[in-house]
Ligand binder design. Structure first.
Ligand SMILES: NC(=O)c1ccc[n+]([C@@H]2O[C@H](COP(=O)([O-])OP(=O)(O)OC[C@H]3O[C@@H](n4cnc5c(N)ncnc54)[C@H](OP(=O)(O)O)[C@@H]3O)[C@@H](O)[C@H]2O)c1
Length: 304
């Protein structure tokens, strides 16, 4: 059995390793995706005892949720944690909309696409600029009281917006950008979440593949968010991790995922996958034991 975690103050219990599904049906975000691969990715995750599926309306504008809805019909729903998100307003150029009525409608639409009668975790995917955040959250509290969702989340909110939304301490989970190469959340966000019993779900844990060890310094052009010097530093650190991976007969990605799984500040780790083989490989991270020394070494290698 994979390790389990309780989500915030909710009754949702799930595995600490989940599946990111933006490459399941996310045709608007990535080129060359095949729905068939998406179906296999989700099935493989569930067959590997991964419980949490992290999806969103934005992944294929509902397609990812539809694929998940098709797959889960063949499984025991009570063993699956569906986390989905919404905010993008199709009638306004997909701009974020946190209006309470709009969010309520989005929950109903997601339930239909997922072909289920409850969503375990619902996140407001992005903040808008105008809606009072406590009012937006009130819509989620009502949906929770009606049994349509089980846990309340926000994503891509600044710390100030999270505090405004969490005025009544009802937020269970926050999903935000965090990985060994993107550690801003350690400064202020994570301490606040720990203090308020809010689970943290980091997204981009493999830095979109860089932390799998499959890229070299010459691939920097594929990742234009980094200068060549920054990319070189990251690859140097990844190559150090490769030493630990080889000593354990493991892959770099498995060791990186094991580092997150050992990190007490992180709730559920949700690596994405394009192919079922990647899921099969990533789930083996749950069998890797990092010593405290290895954990601290990796931590230090990625403090640039
Ligand atoms: N809340 C938000 O706003 C937000 C934003 C972004 C993501 N997310 C969520 O977070 C999840 C994770 O982020 P992500 O999927 O974008 O990035 P990621 O987890 O950092 O990287 C995943 C990608 O790395 C590659 N990969 C995975 N396992 C591999 C393996 N074993 N060997 C080689 N390559 C491997 C695959 O891409 P290739 O095969 O194409 O290289 C895969 O799609 C998403 O799926 C989504 O659910 C949420």
């Amino acid at each position: 059995m994979l390790n389990q975690i309780k989500i915030g103050k909710s009754a949702v219990e799930t595995t600490t390793l989940g599946l990111g599904t933006n490459k399941v049906g996310g045709h608007n975000l990535f080129e060359g995706l095949e729905d068939q691969d998406g179906y296999e990715v989700v099935r493989t995750a569930l067959d590997s005892n991964i419980k949490l599926l992290d999806t969103a309306y934005a992944y294929g504008y509902g397609r990812s949720e539809e694929i998940i809805g098709d797959v889960i019909k063949d499984y025991d729903r009570s063993n699956i944690t569906i986390a989905t998100k919404a905010a993008q307003d199709v009638n306004h150029d997909y701009k974020p909309n946190n209006n309470p009525e709009f969010l309520t409608q989005q929950i109903d639409h997601a339930l239909k696409r997922l072909k289920t009668d409850y969503i375990d975790i619902f996140y407001i995917h992005f903040p808008d600029e105008t809606t009072n955040k406590a009012e937006a959250i009130e819509a989620l509290v009502k949906a929770r009281d009606a049994g349509k969702i089980k846990a309340i989340g926000v994503s891509n909110f600044s710390l100030e917006q999270i505090k405004e939304a969490n005025a009544d301490d009802v937020i269970d989970v926050v999903e935000d950008h965090y990985s060994l190469v993107h550690r801003d959340a350690e400064k202020e966000l994570i301490p606040y979440l720990n203090e308020r019993n809010i689970t943290f779900v980091p997204y981009f844990p493999l830095a979109s593949g860089i932390l799998t060890g499959k890229y070299a310094k010459t691939d920097s052009g594929k990742f234009n968010q980094y200068s060549q010097a920054e990319f070189d530093q990251i690859i140097d650190a990844v190559e150090k991790v490769r030493g630990i991976a080889e000593s354990k007969d493991a892959t770099v990605a498995q060791v990186v995922l094991a580092w997150y799984l050992k990190n007490p500040n992180l709730g559920v780790v949700i690596p994405g996958a394009r192919k079922a083989e990647q899921v099969k490989s990533n789930v083996k991270a749950t069998a890797i034991e990092l010593s405290d020394q290895e954990y601290h070494q990796i931590d230090a290698w990625f403090k640039f």
